[in-house]
Design a protein around this ligand. Structure first.
Ligand code: ADP
Ligand code: ADP
Length: 232
């Protein structure tokens, strides 16, 4: 099975005359070990797609499959558990806990699961993302770019099967962006992790294997175009 899949996914926010159709019967597959970038104009449904795929929000109709698990059949508790075990999410707004240090934020997904961090892996991630000397600081003492890299380390710390990233390079200078994208690329190449990344930046999309273009809650273009084999 693909690592993740959305089938006829529709998401409607609100109701009546103010309802917004953020996703419009969208279908897409994310093969295990592939790195997909999602691009498209503001308001085209990119964040909504990512949130629904990651189990952070529910579709109005249609299905999201994570491996063989149908999220629409799982209750919130089961989804939280699945996310904790199999999904890393880099939020656009970072979502760091202000009272915790950077190190505590990075290892939070492990702490929440009652697990201890692998020190060597934590050091390696921190070094690769350039935050080693920032681990004892709290988010308020970090720049936006540093917070973004802490949030990325948090998404990678559990070596999740699936990594979802919402504009992960939005606050970074080009050198930091390249470091972060290289680390995500390594996750795919060395550990076979599956990555879905929303981005506005064509250079960031250049790290991906495939780009899906969204407009009005639908996939309007795919590069490289799917072959007959991958469609069947
Ligand atoms: P993108 O990430 O491509 O900018 P979004 O997924 O954020 O697009 O938004 C898609 C559409 O859904 C937009 O019209 C947006 O205004 C609307 N939308 C997103 N989140 C909400 C929400 N929580 N409540 C109401 N409308 C929303
Ligand atoms: P709760 O147990 O209250 O539902 P969550 O597990 O949803 O809490 O999230 C607690 C914190 O951990 C949040 O700040 C969230 O951003 C972060 N978090 C949860 N799951 C992940 C994940 N898979 N990857 C990265 N961060 C996560």
């Amino acid at each position: 099975a693909p690592a993740a899949r959305i089938i006829d996914g529709t998401k409607i926010y609100g109701s009546g005359s103010t309802a917004v159709r953020a996703l419009d019967a969208i279908s897409a597959e994310f093969a295990a070990g592939a790195f997909t970038a999602i691009m498209g104009p503001s308001g085209s449904g990119k964040s909504t797609l990512l949130h629904c795929l990651a189990g952070l929000d529910r579709l109005t109709s249609g299905q999201v499959m994570i491996g063989d698990d149908d999220l629409s059949r799982l209750d919130d508790k089961a989804i939280t558990l699945l996310r904790r075990e199999r999904i890393g999410f880099v939020f656009q707004a970072f979502n760091l806990v202000p009272t915790l240090t950077a190190r505590e934020n990075v290892i939070l997904p492990l702490t929440l699961g009652g697990k201890k961090p692998d020190r060597a892996w934590l050091s390696e991630l921190a070094a690769a993302l350039g935050i080693t000397d920032r681990l004892a600081h709290r988010p308020a003492e970090l720049s936006g770019g540093q917070q973004q890299r802490v949030a990325t380390a948090r998404a990678l710390i559990t070596r999740p099967d699936l990594i979802f990233a919402d504009e992960p390079t939005g606050n970074l200078d080009s050198k930091s962006a390249a470091e972060l994208l290289s680390q995500i690329r390594r996750a795919v190449d060395e550990y076979g992790q599956t990555v879905v990344m929303v981005t506005h930046d064509p250079r960031a999309a250049g790290y991906a294997d495939r780009v899906l273009f969204l407009a009005d809650g639908r996939v309007v273009r795919e590069l490289p175009a799917p072959t007959a084999d991958s469609v069947l």
